[in-house]
Design a binder for this molecule. Structure first.
Ligand SMILES: O=C(O)c1ccccc1NCC(=O)[C@H](O)[C@H](O)COP(=O)(O)O
Length: 320
């Protein structure tokens, strides 16, 4: 494989770039561990994250630094060469949708979350992935964040090595290209990009970098203005998702799916034939029908499936 180089990208000046999440604490991080010493300076209350999403994103800057120390880019490039080839994540959803006349299921391998704490005790990511596949999932979403979701990049590798055929989404809070390369090296086929975190310039850059290493992107929105902004991008190799969970307040509202798909930008999604996933808070076949009726060709489901004892049966019932 050629060394990974992204060309300079021209971003039209008229692209809206507003995001609600600050990428760094305004006064800096306030503490830094240097060998055995943890240096700290006092910071004002204004330096606190405004919500959980901002807290997670602030943490990512530090996490990425420590990943880079242990796995420099050169090593990741070597691991990417050894990784199994990427598979067509969006194609698998379309194929499933055509075969079953139901939305393609992205089933989430999720041990814990900031809103629910531990969801699944005795968590075995490979067994869960196999059970999802046996039940009829088209694709899997694997949470890789360790601190807030008890996930791991190793789960992607383990699931892939176990022979699971469903394409894999790396469910991470991506703010840097380094994380894309880490996802591909671990065996991911697609990555999540969150519009609330990333302005369009960053999205455009990350979509290009992802494409360069064969990764497709699921770009997640939560509001109509976010969707309007994202639709200005070149969405080659991308699908979209509407998260029904407000990541700033944890409130889940399935109706958000309908409101967004009924809006003018939602109409455009349908006209352009862009694959759209309804995400979060999907528990019953009626919920699936509601999201499908709103115009989604895919659903992303975690908690309601992963917490069941018989996961395969739960998938079959949800899609029945
Ligand atoms: O799930 C959370 O509590 C959460 C908190 C902060 C940021 C992201 C969060 N979840 C990520 C997701 O979007 C969900 O894991 C995914 O859509 C599945 O949702 P569910 O079916 O409700 O488990």
């Amino acid at each position: 494989m050629q060394p990974v180089r992204c060309q300079a990208i021209q971003v039209p000046a008229n692209l809206a770039t507003e995001v609600t999440i600050r990428r760094r604490p305004p006064e800096g991080i306030g503490s830094q561990a240097c060998g055995p010493v943890d240096f700290q300076v006092p910071l004002s209350a204004a330096n606190k994250p405004a919500n959980i999403l901002e807290e997670i994103v602030w943490w990512k800057a530090q996490e990425i630094e420590s990943f880079k120390e242990r796995q420099p880019m050169l090593r990741l490039q070597m691991l990417m060469k050894l990784a199994p080839p990427p598979r067509d994540f969006i194609g698998a959803l379309r194929a499933s949708q055509q075969r079953t006349s139901r939305p393609g299921l992205i089933a989430e391998v999720k041990k814990a979350s900031p809103s629910k704490g531990v969801i699944k005790e005795n968590f075995d990511p490979v067994e869960i992935a196999k059970a999802y596949e046996a039940g009829g999932a088209a694709c899997l979403s694997v949470l890789t964040d360790r601190k807030y979701f008890q996930g791991s990049f190793d789960y992607l590798t383990a699931i892939r090595q176990a022979g699971v055929a469903c394409p894999l989404l790396c469910k991470e809070f991506i703010v840097e290209a380094y994380q894309l390369f880490k996802a591909r090296a671990a065996g991911a086929d697609a990555v999540l990009l969150i519009a609330a975190v990333l302005p369009n310039k960053d999205l455009e850059l990350l979509i290009k970098c992802a494409g360069r290493v064969g990764l497709q992107c699921l770009i997640e929105v939560h509001t109509v203005p976010e969707l309007e902004r994202v639709l200005q991008l070149d969405l080659e190799g991308c699908m979209l998702g509407i998260n029904n969970r407000d990541l700033q307040t944890f409130k889940v509202d399935l109706n958000n799916n309908k409101v967004i798909m009924d809006s003018a930008p939602g109409q455009q999604v349908k006209e352009r034939g862009i694959m759209m996933a309804g995400e979060s808070g999907i528990f019953t076949p009626e919920d699936v029908a509601f999201v499908q009726g709103a115009g989604c060709g895919a659903i992303l489901v975690g908690e309601s499936l992963v917490k069941q004892d018989d996961i395969t049966a739960a998938v079959e019932m949800l899609l029945a």
